[in-house]
Design a binder for this molecule. Structure first.
Ligand SMILES: Cc1cc2nc3c(=O)[nH]c(=O)nc-3n(C[C@H](O)[C@H](O)[C@H](O)COP(=O)(O)OP(=O)(O)OC[C@H]3O[C@@H](n4cnc5c(N)ncnc54)[C@H](O)[C@@H]3O)c2cc1C
Length: 558
């Protein structure tokens, strides 16, 4: 049977996850082309914050390398913006005048940062925080300049500010309200957070209304409505996102704030589906990956021709990715009429826990300082469990019969269906079963087979605990699988070393990483050759021998 043509516009987290799910179900159904405006393969946008903070490299956050697309026969057009959809003739047009026909089109164009319409917003040094280019600009600025101003005291603004501070800049966070992360935190938790961030060296201007960004070519200062001016060599605007719907709107698809989709993720055109932050579903917009991954599953089912699943919405929880700060928030955390609040506060330990309860069911939670029970509360909330039987002790975590203690001490005490990875919706039993059935030994393998801890990474410790407990306490699992028998370094570690240590040849890699064989083998030589080509496309001279091996044995890697 002739394959149908599927075109994906938007090489980001939701679109490519949909392809991954589709390949699991119907690998042969489509001939797939992917168009992405960014010059990179698919990467984990969530982890831009740790990259900015110097805790990860760009290489570490690539989810699917170029080789993955080739391996699955997917044609990837990087750095290629789609500018129009011709619905009548079933084609898309790119900026460089390429036309691609489709039988099915998948839109996953994400969001764009909202830039406040202030005088001076177009000056050099004024940016959003959305992609690798933004992070590169922040890293360049931090090497040259001193003063950064981040406008927006929400999750993204605080992660940007933390990263810039860690790179040595003097950072001021400007927030229009009197309390940080007001969409996730109540005032006591926000005040603990602010105090901790101040101790980390951040400055805050609260209830401050920005009036103008000043400078000639590059931004030099920020002026506020009360006349105050502060120096700024870099201004990061983190005041919200807007679904990227221009393409869909221009093509006449039904759009409101986002592209309107049904429960099957279909747009107003039956040949076009949409997933991710660009969509509006039952009136809701999205800004976290958990719902997008749920959408991806349902959409993939329908593209695969299985039509019995529906997307009906996702409850989400939030954490802040600033090392040393533990914070968890979910649901209706503010309470209000008809709600009760269960509170625990230990100021000197910096611990605050609040559960909002209605009819003995948890409606929301805010945890600061001790977030170990966050996933349990989240599960009770999602399952609408009646807590009256243990309400007196619920703030201290679950007690397990026979264990003589409370959970939170070991993840293995948790129920089988306890959610471990919130981003990907993976429960404890799935992880344990996959480790056992597939005889997995490394965190990397567990991630590859279950996706647990593969997104924001905040559950990595729990997944490692499960791995250690399942494999056996005497085994300390290596974190990542070595590239081949010539080295203990993983693929990621080698790629990172090539870039960070500016290694330009096979022999330089062998020397710097203390290879255990003089000339490598048929596994590592072609892989390193490929990584060198990717890292130094203009200067690296392809290793003929590796190419030969690669073409014969690993034809897919190119
Ligand atoms: C710094 C940062 C930290 C985050 N932290 C978290 C977190 O901790 N937890 C969490 O759940 N979420 C987090 N998020 C949000 C999460 O990353 C997004 O929800 C997710 O990436 C959205 O996926 P998407 O596929 O809809 O959009 P994207 O991942 O943005 O992908 C859209 C892609 O489409 C491309 N595109 C757009 N228009 C076109 C066009 N016309 N032609 C070709 N290509 C096009 C874009 O260039 C982009 O690459 C964070 C986001 C950022 C920026």
């Amino acid at each position: 049977m002739k394959k149908q043509k599927l075109v994906l516009v938007g090489n980001g987290m939701a679109g490519v996850r949909t392809l991954e799910e589709l390949l699991k179900r119907a690998p042969e159904r489509y001939d797939i082309s992917v168009f992405g405006a960014e010059p990179h393969p698919n990467y984990n946008r969530i982890l831009l914050s740790p990259v900015l903070a110097g805790e990860k490299s760009i290489g570490d956050i690539i989810i699917n390398s170029d080789a993955w697309y080739a391996q699955h026969g997917i044609t990837l057009y990087k750095n290629t913006r789609v500018v129009a959809i011709d619905r009548q003739n079933h084609g898309i047009h790119t900026l460089d005048s390429h036309i691609e026909h489709y039988d099915h089109l998948l839109l996953a164009t994400g969001s764009t940062p909202f830039i406040l319409p202030l005088p001076g917003k177009d000056l050099a040094g004024v940016i959003g925080f959305r992609d690798i280019r933004d992070v590169e600009q922040m890293m360049e600025a931090s090497a040259k300049y001193r003063h950064a101003v981040v406008i927006g005291g929400g999750l993204l603004g605080l992660e940007a500010a933390n990263g810039l501070r860690k790179r040595g800049m003097e950072v001021t966070v400007v927030h229009v309200l009197d309390s940080l992360m007001e969409r996730q935190l109540d005032k006591p938790a926000a005040s603990l957070l602010k105090q901790a961030l101040e101790e980390n060296g951040l400055n805050f201007l609260m209830e401050a209304e920005t009036e103008a960004l000043l400078g000639d070519d590059r931004v030099q200062a920020v002026r506020f409505r009360d006349g105050l001016e502060i120096p700024a060599d870099l201004v990061v605007m983190a005041v919200g996102i807007r679904p990227n719907i221009e393409l869909a709107r221009a093509a006449g698809l039904h759009c409101e704030r986002g592209v309107i989709v049904s429960d099957t993720l279909q747009t107003s055109d039956p040949h076009i589906h949409a997933v991710g932050e660009c969509v509006q579903h039952r009136g809701n917009l999205f800004g976290l990956v958990a719902p997008l991954f749920d959408q991806a599953k349902v959409c993939a089912h329908h593209l695969a021709g299985v039509s019995d699943s529906r997307y009906e919405g996702t409850l989400t929880s939030t954490r802040l990715k600033v090392s040393g700060i533990d914070l968890f928030s979910a649901g209706e955390f503010q309470g209000g009429p008809g709600h009760e609040e269960l509170l625990f506060q230990d100021h000197s330990r910096g611990v605050y826990k609040k559960l909002v309860v209605r009819d003995n069911r948890i409606q929301g939670t805010v945890l600061y300082g001790d977030t170990g029970d966050g996933p349990w509360y989240f599960q009770l909330m999602r399952e609408a469990s009646d807590i009256s039987g243990f309400r007196d002790s619920v703030l201290f975590g679950p007690v397990h019969e026979g264990s003589g203690g409370r959970s939170g001490q070991s993840v293995m005490d948790r129920e089988d269906n306890a959610e471990i990875c919130g981003c990907n919706g993976v429960c404890k039993k799935t992880i344990v079963d996959t480790i056992t059935q597939r005889k997995l030994l490394t965190l990397e393998d567990v991630r590859a087979h279950t996706k647990a801890s593969a997104s924001c990474g905040s559950c990595t410790g729990l997944v490692e605990q499960i791995l250690a407990a399942t494999v056996g306490s005497d085994i300390t699992p290596p974190r990542e699988k070595p590239l081949c028998k010539c080295t203990g370094h993983s693929h990621d570690a080698v790629r990172t070393a090539i870039r960070e240590q500016s290694l330009q040849s096979l022999s330089a890699v062998f020397t710097a990483l203390e290879w255990q064989t003089p000339d490598g083998c048929h596994v590592c030589r072609p892989a390193i050759n490929y990584y060198l080509l990717c890292a130094w496309p203009e200067s690296y001279l392809d290793d003929a021998q590796s190419r030969f091996v690669n073409e014969r044995i690993h034809a897919n890697i190119q």
